[in-house]
Design a binder for this molecule. Sequence first.
Ligand SMILES: [Zn+2]
Length: 130
Amino acid sequence: MKQTRQSLWIRLKEKKNILFDMPNAPKKINRSWVPERKAFSRPVDFSWFYNQTKWRKFSKKYRQNNPVCVACEVQGIVSPAEVTDHVEGIENILKACRNPIDEKECQSLCHSCHNSKSGKESHRKKIKGG
Ligand SMILES: [Zn+2]
């Protein structure tokens, strides 16, 4: 059977109605303890800053001068510095119009300490709600 354009259109409309009118649609479960996901709630991306040659050179030099992870050092562990971290966070430094390429703003961290630091920071942001 040859289908006309119109019959196809009607079938499409019917299909749409079925999709919109789902009797078994998943109901929203109220789980107040689970924070609602917000679209684009990721922190601002500062890769534009970290990809700068100026920062890369500074960061490399900084880790050569400060080759030990400061957070591990406090616990009596000596770990090689792998990340040049901004003590107060790049976002806060830029907001305060301070120079992020400054030894005073930085500390050497290993990957594991840096990850746990950023993890804590984003967790704090979630609790505050932004
Ligand atoms: Zn460490």
